[in-house]
Structures are given as C-alpha cells and as structure tokens.
Ligand binder design. Structure first.
Ligand SMILES: [Zn+2]
Length: 192
C-alpha cells in the first residue's frame, strides 16, 4: 500500500477496523467480521448457525427466507475464511450429498488479529508520512495533502481548481495516529 494513494476509502476502512479493535471478543466482534465477509445476509445465515449445532443449507434458507443459492454463496465465503466448516454425507436413497454446516465464532479472533496487523502497518506508514513532511492541501476538495516538494512542483496551486494550496497543521492528526499505533501495538502484544 502506497501512502500517497491514501484515500477517503482507506480511511473509512481504518475507522471500521478500529471500531473492531476496540470491541473485546464477543458476539459484536463476530457479527462485524461476518458482516465484512458476507454482508448483512451473512449475519442472518451465521445467526442460524450459531443457534444450531449443525444444520443444512436448506434449513438455513427456510429460516432466513434467503434463496438457496444465496445461502450457499455465503456459506462458501465463510468457509473460505475458516469460520464455517461442513460434514458431507451421501443420502443412501437419492445418492446425493448432504452438507451439514457448523460455525466457529472463536475463529473470528485470528481474522481480526490479521486485520489488526494490516491496520497497524497502514497507520505506521501514515504516521511516518504525517510527521516527516510539511503537508499542503486544497481547501476546496477532499483530497490527500501533498508533501512540500510536490506542492512546490505544483507551484502551490491545486491541479483541479487552481486555488492556492494551504499549509496543513496536522498536529492533531499526528497525535491521533500516534495514540492509535501505541494502542494497537499494545493490543497485539497482549495475549488474546
Ligand atoms: Zn482545488
């Protein structure tokens, strides 16, 4: 990930993940992880799974009012992320396979830890960028501030609206980032 391409979307992503980081391991965390992987319908599917020890895709479809294909797509997404697993049995009458699904909410923790590492990395890069550069920005649009050298190359003019680039006082951003980086580092060191 290149710091210069830092965008509003990435920032949004980090905010979402920070909210995940702050919730201790519980069902909220599990719900957030599932929602990120498989959307709101994924949450519906996993709720059925959490409440049953084992269940079939057809039962889930009935209980959630989702189409069978949608349920299967969600189950495979959860399976790809090691949250759900299945047991397969051949129906002796029809010769077809039956799949019995189960879900393990505790597996959400290792996904979260991976994500925390990723976020920590992004935050550290961003902190370095913010604290090592004098940054300039156009006040007319929501854009990434540029370092002094780049602003100089642009003659301190916004390439979009041509207004003057303003110096950014980023003290608050730097202290916000530093605090988050410290929190995340401590959190990752702590035994889960
Ligand atoms: Zn502009």
């Amino acid at each position: 990930m290149i710091v210069q391409n830092w965008s509003a979307i990435q920032f949004q992503y980090v905010k979402v993940t920070i909210s995940m980081v702050h919730s201790s391991f519980n069902h909220d965390l599990f719900r957030l992880v599932v929602e990120e992987i498989a959307g709101k319908e994924g949450v519906d599917v996993s709720t059925v799974l959490v409440n049953a020890e084992e269940t079939t895709d057809e039962e889930i479809a009935t209980k959630t009012d989702l189409k069978l294909n949608a349920v299967r797509r969600i189950l495979y997404k959860l399976h790809d992320n090691h949250l759900a697993s299945y047991r397969r049995i051949r129906d002796t009458n029809t010769g077809w396979f039956l799949y019995y699904w189960r879900i393990d909410p505790k597996k959400a923790q290792s996904l979260v830890n991976k994500k925390k590492m990723m976020v920590l990395n992004l935050l550290e890069q961003r902190l370095e960028h913010e604290s090592n550069n004098d940054l300039y920005t156009c006040v007319n649009r929501d854009s990434s501030p540029v370092p002094f050298e780049e602003a100089m190359n642009l003659s301190f003019r916004c390439p979009v609206c041509n207004s003057q680039l303003e110096y950014v006082n980023n003290e608050k951003a730097v202290s916000f980032l530093r605090k988050r980086v410290e929190e995340l580092r401590a959190d990752l060191k702590a035994p889960s």
